[in-house]
Design a protein around this ligand. Structure first.
Ligand code: PMP
Ligand code: GLN
Length: 386
C-alpha cells in the first residue's frame, strides 16, 4: 500500500465537524459543565429501560420491518390523533427512522432535485443545509431577528420562485426557543397554496412547548399536512438521545418517496428499542403529557438562578434551550466567547452564529437546561459571577 493516501475532492468542502461535537469535546477537555450539546444529564423512564431489556431477552433481536415495528407505528398514529386531530395511516404514512436526523436527510434527499430551491429560516439547525447541498439544491435562507425571530410573511413571499420546491421549518425551534403559532401555518399555506411546494416540519421538540395553546403542528393544518413531512424524535421526548429513534409522518405518496431513501440509508431501526417505545407510549402517555411542566420547572429554576448576573435572557417558549445575550459581559464574537467560557469559566455553550449563513452581529449563546437542578445551579453560579 502506498504511504500517501488518496484524498477525495470534498463534496462538502466548507463543512467541518459539527459545533455540537466540537463544544462537547472542549467541555470534556476543560472539565466544564456541559450546557452546549443538547442532551439530558439524567436518565429516561425506568419502564422504558425495563421494556428494552425484556424485549432483548425475549429474542426480539433481528431486523425490524423496513418501515418500523407495527406496534410502534400504531402507537405513533394514535398519539398523533390525540394531539393533532388527525390519524395518519400507520401502514402508509408513518416511518420509523434512525433519529430525526435520518428522517430529515431522507426527506430532503427524496424531494430536492438539482437546481431546486429550498427555503429555510436562519438561525437553522445544522443538518438541513448539507443534505440540500448534496442533492444539488440551493438554500434560500431567510434571516430572522432577535428577540422574537418571527417570520415576516411578505419577505417570505418575495423569496418564492418557480424553482421553490421545499420549505423547512422547525418548531419549537432549536436554537432560538421560539415557537410557531397556528397563524404562522395559515400564512405559510396562503403563500404556497397552488404551487408544488412541500413542507418539512422539524418538530422534534413537539412535547417541550410552553406556549399557551400548546404546540402548533403542521399535522393539525388540514391543507398543509397533505404536502408535509413532519419529523419527531423519541430522543427528546424520553430523555435518551443516544437511542437514536425518530419518525416521520407524511401522506402515502410522500412517505413512499422517503421510504425509498430510508431503506438504503439504514433499512430499518433497532428492533427492541422500537418495541420498548411502543410499550412506553401505550403504558405511560402521562410522560409526554407532563413533559412541558417538567421542563418548565427546569427553565424557571435556571432563569431565576441567572437573574443576578449580567446575561440578558431571551424568552423561551419551547425546547430545552435558553438564549442569553452577553453584550454586557464581553465584546468577543460568540464563537470566541463560547470557547473562553468553556475554558476559563467552566461552562460550555453553543454560539448562535454557526446556525446562520450571513453575518450574525448579535452576542447570543445557547444554554441547554435539560440538566439536573444541581447542574443548573452550579452552572448559574459561575455565570452570574461574570
Ligand atoms: N432537529 C433538531 C431541531 C434537533 O435539535 C435535533 C437534535 N437535537 C435533531 C433534529 C436530531 O434529532 P435526533 O437526535 O433524533 O437525530
Ligand atoms: N440537536 C442537538 C443540539 O442541538 C445535538 C445533536 C447532535 O449532536 N448532532 O444540541
Amino acid at each position: 500500500m502506498s504511504d500517501t493516501p488518496l484524498k477525495p475532492q470534498s463534496k462538502l468542502p466548507a463543512l467541518g465537524t459539527t459545533i455540537f461535537s466540537q463544544m462537547s469535546a472542549l467541555a470534556q477537555e476543560h472539565r466544564a459543565i456541559n450546557l452546549s450539546q443538547g442532551f439530558p444529564d439524567f436518565d429516561g423512564p425506568a419502564f422504558l429501560q425495563q421494556r428494552l431489556a425484556w424485549h432483548v431477552a425475549q429474542g426480539a433481536n433481528q431486523y425490524a420491518p423496513m418501515t418500523g415495528v407495527a406496534a410502534l407505528r400504531e402507537a405513533i398514529a394514535d398519539k398523533t390523533a390525540e394531539l393533532y386531530g388527525c390519524r395518519p395511516d400507520p401502514e402508509t404514512d408513518v416511518t420509523v427512522t434512525a433519529g430525526a436526523t435520518e428522517a430529515l436527510y431522507a426527506a430532503i434527499t427524496a424531494l430536492v432535485r438539482p437546481g431546486d430551491e429550498v427555503i429555510c429560516f436562519d438561525p437553522s439547525y445544522d443538518s438541513y443545509a448539507p443534505a440540500v447541498a448534496l442533492s444539488g439544491g440551493v438554500m434560500k435562507r431567510m434571516a430572522l431577528q432577535p428577540p422574537g425571530f418571527r417570520v415576516d410573511w411578505a419577505q417570505f413571499a418575495a423569496l418564492l420562485s418557480p424553482r421553490t420546491r421545499l420549505v423547512i421549518l422547525n418548531t419549537p425551534h432549536n436554537p432560538t426557543a421560539t415557537v410557531w403559532a397556528q397563524e404562522d401555518f395559515s400564512a405559510l399555506w396562503q403563500a404556497i397554496a397552488g404551487q408544488e411546494i412541500y413542507v418539512l416540519s422539524d418538530e422534534v421538540y413537539e412535547h417541550i412547548c410552553f406556549a399557551k395553546g400548546g404546540h402548533a403542528s403542521v399535522l393539525a393544518h388540514p391543507q398543509l399536512r397533505e404536502r408535509a413531512i413532519a419529523v419527531s424524535s423519541f430522543g427528546k421526548t424520553f430523555h435518551m438521545t443516544g437511542w437514536k429513534v425518530g419518525y416521520c409522518i407524511a401522506p402515502a405518496p410522500l412517505s413512499a418517496e422517503v421510504r425509498k431513501l430510508h431503506q438504503y440509508l439504514t433499512f430499518s431501526v433497532n428492533t427492541p428499542a422500537q418495541l420498548a417505545l411502543a410499550d412506553m407510549l401505550r403504558a405511560e402517555p402521562e410522560h409526554y403529557r407532563t413533559l412541558p411542566a417538567f421542563y418548565r420547572a427546569r427553565r424557571d429554576l435556571f432563569v431565576e438562578a441567572l437573574q443576578p448576573g449580567r446575561f440578558q435572557l431571551l424568552p423561551c417558549e419551547g425546547t430545552y434551550f435558553l438564549l442569553a445575550d452577553y453584550s454586557a459581559i464581553s465584546e468577543r464574537n460568540d464563537v470566541d466567547f463560547c470557547r473562553w467560557l468553556t475554558a476559563e469559566v467552566g461552562v460550555a455553550a453553543i454560539p448562535l452564529s454557526v446556525f446562520c449563513e450571513g453575518p450574525f452581529p448579535h452576542r447570543l449563546i445557547r444554554l441547554c437546561f435539560a440538566k439536573q437542578p444541581e447542574t443548573l445551579l452550579a452552572a448559574a453560579e459561575r455565570l452570574v459571577a461574570l
